[in-house]
Design a protein around this ligand. Structure first.
Ligand code: ADP
Length: 636
């Protein structure tokens, strides 16, 4: 059979592996053992429903075989195995997920990019860091024929059918010749293999066994001169189990420290950063379960799968029943990673059944409370760290508040932070606590950036009164406030669109009279600006600025901007009801009024310019910049 070529990306990675300048070559064993363990998981799972498998839980094992003369190390499992097609698809291609983000990283050809290999396991391919030839003998459960896959590395691989007596897989690695930098031969030493298994694979659920030779003292049967028995030493081989197997989450808190858990999490998730919160539960009672959950310290995108989601893996008595179970926690805690192990969960669980599983719901509810508690604790004890968490995952919480018509809003509200004019992040509760007696509402302004929000002309009066202002920079924020409705009895006030509530009755009356007085002029301005504007009125908020743009109704300029890239034409066409407000106290208004009386052309031009200025300060693009420029040029 001819040699087949690796797919292009695989080849590049392989080249890297073979000529690896990556120092942590020893991880190859962990990767190969994990694959073996996964393969056993699969067959064991199958055996729950298929009695043809003929193996009990106790029969499954992984063996490490060393042949010093042949210079090979073999990892053997009695797991699910692969058929010819699978061997080719799984071992001939990496990054089956397609996106293969890793490629981009490699394109830059920076030396530090290589370190990525260590952080995100490359699985099977890592064998080529230490081996110059890898042979895989495998037979899939349910098939008669075995498969031999063989490769010397970058020049390709062969796959051929072979006879194989047993189901499962042998990965035979022929070690490279020793060099000045690396003694590959050390991977044939028992002490080394033992140490590596302890270090990386101690919690692998299946026994990792190896024949270990050691000296044994024995009675020769002869007697010494003094009549005591004579002893001698001989080498005996014992089949030892190298890993302790008990999963870390099943051990008690006295046995395993939080630091141990964190180290386990980092290794398991290939995360460089410490998690920012850890929840450990050992619950007994209505439902018994053990859980170990982590809130990651950063958004950690897996470069291979493009998958940055968290996910909780479900086990029943140490047997994995579902990876990334999305029914346990609500989406707003999607970032949480970890494990839940409960003997009460049925093994033959499917995603559909799971959804209605009462036990699971109870566990989920309890865990959510615990996670929330940990986050609140973090907020109290280490605010900067909490803020970092919120920058990473705050959006999930915000979406959660809006989800299902605000069903979870009260559970989540105290976890939300908002940036304010005091240049800090506060919860709404804190905001309300800081409010002076005279302040009636929670003021907020929305814009594309904090800077723009800060400079909105409407904000000034609020700040002048010494009130704190929340700056929102995404339409999601607005929806969050909409969903929350109020905080401790205080309603929200959008400084751009809502009545600020600062006016006295007299001031209101005076303003209405002023509107009537200037009606003719305001109508003229509206007509001059044209269809872009829906209303023109005198402002009751502006202090130093000549004009501003505001809106009426639920749709704000921010939402309009957001929907402009919306999924449907209908959404993209949505436009807010625009209101131009003029500052009657500003010099520009007097000039406009004068022009309106003496020079209608000029008044029309000034109207258009004022509208454009209002658009600009609201962060909205001027519809026709050329016409605007011409209008401004005319003013000289
Ligand atoms: P990963 O394990 O991350 O999917 P690998 O490159 O380590 O990536 O392995 C690729 C695939 O090859 C695995 O997903 C699995 O389907 C298959 N495979 C590897 N080793 C074994 C094994 N010992 N038994 C059965 N299948 C295996």
């Amino acid at each position: 059979m001819g040699k087949k070529q690796f797919k292009a990306e695989s080849k590049r990675l392989l080249d890297l592996m073979i000529n690896s300048i990556y120092t942590n070559k020893e991880i190859f064993l962990r990767e190969i053992l994990s694959n073996a363990s996964d393969a056993i998981d699969k067959l064991c799972y199958l055996s729950l429903t298929d009695d043809q498998v003929g193996l009990n839980r106790d029969d499954f094992k992984i063996e490490i075989l060393v042949d010093k003369e042949a210079r090979t190390i073999t990892v053997r499992d009695n797991g699910i195995g692969m058929n010819l097609e699978e061997a080719e698809n799984n071992l001939g291609v990496i990054a089956k997920s397609g996106s293969f983000k890793f490629k981009d990283e490699m394109d830059s050809e920076k030396a530090e990019d290589i370190s990525i290999i260590g952080q995100f396991g490359v699985g099977f391919y890592s064998a080529f860091m230490v081996a110059d030839e890898v042979t895989v003998l495998t037979r899939k459960y349910g098939e008669e024929q075995g498969v031999k896959w063989q490769s010397k590395g970058a020049d390709g691989y062969t796959v051929t059918p072979v006879e194989k007596d047993t189901v499962g897989t042998d990965v035979i690695m022929h070690l490279k010749a020793d060099s000045d930098e690396e003694i590959y031969g050390s991977y044939l030493e028992v002490w080394k293999i033992k140490a590596l298994v302890k270090k990386y694979s101690d919690y692998v659920r299946w026994p990792i066994r190896m024949d270990v030779e050691h000296q044994e003292r024995f009675e020769t049967g002869e007697k010494n001169d003094d009549g005591s028995p004579k002893y001698d030493y001989r080498m005996v081989t014992e089949n030892e189990t190298l890993n302790s197997m008990i999963p870390i989450w099943q051990r008690s808190k006295s046995e395993v420290t939080d630091d141990d858990c964190i180290a386990w999490y980092k290794e398991k998730n290939r995360d460089r950063k410490d998690p920012c919160a850890l929840v450990r539960v050992n619950a007994e009672g209505q439902v018994s379960y053990k859980a170990m959950l982590f809130v990651p310290g950063e958004q950690n995108e897996n470069v291979f799968s493009g998958d940055n989601k968290g996910g909780v893996t479900l086990y029943s008595n140490g047997v994995m029943i579902m990876e990334k179970c999305d029914k346990l926690l609500h989406d707003y805690f999607d970032f949480v990673k970890g494990v839940v192990d409960s003997p009460d969960l049925s093994l033959n669980i499917s995603r559909e059944i799971l959804q209605h599983d009462r036990q699971l719901r109870i566990i989920g509810q309890n865990l959510e409370k615990r996670i929330k508690g940990e986050l609140e604790k973090l907020m109290r004890d280490d605010r900067p760290k909490y803020e970092e968490f919120f920058r990473n995952f705050g959006n999930d919480l915000k979406v959660g508040v809006c989800d299902e018509y605000g069903r979870y809003k009260d559970f989540l509200r105290d976890l939300l932070l908002f940036y304010t004019s005091e240049d800090h992040m506060v919860t709404l509760k804190e905001y309300v606590e800081n409010m002076p007696e005279s302040q009636k509402s929670i003021y907020y302004a929305t814009s594309a950036t904090v800077k723009q929000a800060m400079n909105l002309p409407q904000c000034q009066e609020v700040r002048d009164r010494g009130y704190e202002l929340i700056y929102l920079t995404s339409p999601l924020d607005e929806m969050v406030l909409e969903a929350l409705r109020e905080q401790d009895g205080k309603s929200f006030c959008n400084v751009v669109t809502d009545d600020l509530g600062f006016e006295t009755e007299e001031e209101k009356k005076a303003a209405e009279e002023r509107d009537i007085e200037n009606k003719e002029l305001l109508d003229f301005v509206k007509e001059s600006v044209g269809e872009d504007v829906n209303k023109v009125r005198l402002s009751r908020k502006l202090t130093t600025q000549p004009c501003c743009l505001t809106t009426e109704g639920a749709l704000t300029l921010e939402m309009e901007r957001y929907f402009r890239h919306g999924p449907s034409e209908e959404l993209r066409k949505l436009r807010a009801t625009r209101v131009l407000e003029l500052n009657a106290e500003h010099r520009s208004f007097r000039v406009l009024k004068e022009a309106f009386e003496n020079d209608k052309d000029k008044a029309a031009r000034l109207s258009r310019v004022l509208y454009a200025l209002a658009e600009l300060s609201a962060g909205v693009n001027v519809e026709d910049p050329v016409a605007f420029a011409a209008d401004v040029a005319e003013m000289f």
